[in-house]
Design a protein around this ligand. Structure first.
Ligand code: FES
Ligand SMILES: [Fe+2]
Length: 354
């Protein structure tokens, strides 16, 4: 079976991560291109985050080049002033303000250490739809995260995260040992719940992988049951639970509280059709206040992601050169293909709905 590589259009009526909460500050504006649109982010005096179109309606100067006047922005070019709702409230060169003088204002929300943005119909923005990333707020978990810039379409990152078969090959020196080898005894299971896709793989009664011997409590000679459990929420959120427990302790069907788990948390926001902002964090419940464990875990995954981003940069270059070149799909591509098809279906439905 073959498919053709192409950039996905964007789903608009959903939340995307616009930035880390720590990046969005009072008395400071910053510009970020999101879904092909320029956005300026800052906080009002009361701490509420604001996201406005970063393109003055007058002559398209970036508002982020201007000055904050309290909660309002004065454009650097000719001094038009816009309030946090995007309405123009002052034009220095004339008394009348045309009724259409405004920039777009986007709904924003702050949750799980990130500032989220809704770039579709503002009337549909519902904070209860923000995907669950509570591990960054959970007192039992230590975490560390960062933003990476991707020189490729955001769905190439989703496809990469949903494909664990590349670990032994691409991440030979970093994450290869966390990969659970596929075999008939311990098959991969796929499950779709609503729009979410869940890929799970358990391996029972094996020696603890070096990853858990390095970071956690398991010693050489122990036997463990281990899992790699990936959960995709459209359009671009992937949470991977990588864990191990003493062999035979029954965690497969039961409560995983108290077992050693590392959560790999990923939110990818399109920048343009060929680039993306990759917000990710690594959280683990076995560091017990030892920051060096969080640091080693973060560094390990960071180094692996550099290997991924290098491949993705090359993939995008090849796609740009020959967008219609065929692609060969293997059995291990099932998760990535399901995610891509789900996003394409949702985009299609959204566009048909108007
Ligand atoms: S471009 Fe902003 S005031 Fe003229
Ligand atoms: Fe990878």
């Amino acid at each position: 079976m073959t498919t053709k590589g192409k950039a996905s259009p964007y789903l608009r009526n959903c939340w995307y991560v616009a930035g880390w909460a720590r990046e969005v500050q009072r008395l400071h504006m910053f510009r970020r291109i999101l879904l092909g649109e320029p956005v300026v982010l800052y906080r009002k005096g009361d701490g509420t985050p604001v996201a406005l179109e970063d393109r003055c309606m007058h002559r398209h100067a970036p508002l982020s080049h201007g000055r904050l006047q309290g909660d309002n922005i004065e454009c650097a070019y000719h001094g038009l002033v816009f309030d946090p709702d995007g309405a123009c409230i002052k034009i220095p060169s004339q008394d009348t303000i045309p009724p259409n003088a405004c920039v777009r204002s986007y709904p924003v929300a702050e949750k799980h250490r990130w500032v989220w943005i809704w770039m579709g119909d503002p009337a549909k923005a519902d904070e209860s739809l923000i995907p669950d990333f509570h591990w960054m707020d959970h007192e039992g978990f230590a975490w560390r995260g960062e933003t990476l810039h991707v020189e490729g379409n955001y769905m190439l990152v989703v496809e990469n995260l949903m494909d664990l078969s590349h670990l032994p090959s691409l991440h030979l020196t970093t994450l290869a040992d966390t990969a659970v080898p596929e075999n008939e005894e311990f098959p991969v299971t796929f499950e779709t719940k609503g729009n979410d896709i869940h890929i799970n793989r358990w391996v029972r009664d094996v020696p603890p992988p070096p990853y858990f011997r390095l970071l956690g409590d398991f010693k050489k000679g122990d036997r463990v049951d281990r899992w790699m459990d990936s959960h995709f929420t459209p359009p671009s959120f992937v949470r991977i639970d990588i864990g191990a427990c003493p062999a035979g302790s029954g965690q497969l069907d039961g409560d995983r509280t108290g077992v050693q788990t590392a959560m790999n948390l990923n939110a990818v926001t399109p920048e343009t059709a060929t680039s993306a902002h990759y917000f990710w964090a690594q959280a683990q419940n076995f560091s017990e206040g030892d920051e060096s464990i969080s640091e080693v875990d973060f560094r390990l995954v960071h180094d692996a992601f550099q290997e991924d981003l290098s491949i993705i940069r090359g993939q995008q270059e090849n796609i740009d050169l020959s967008p219609d070149a065929p692609r060969l799909n293997l059995a291990a591509d099932k998760g990535g293909l399901q995610a891509t098809r789900m996003v394409e279906k949702l985009v299609r439905e959204e566009q048909e709905a108007g």
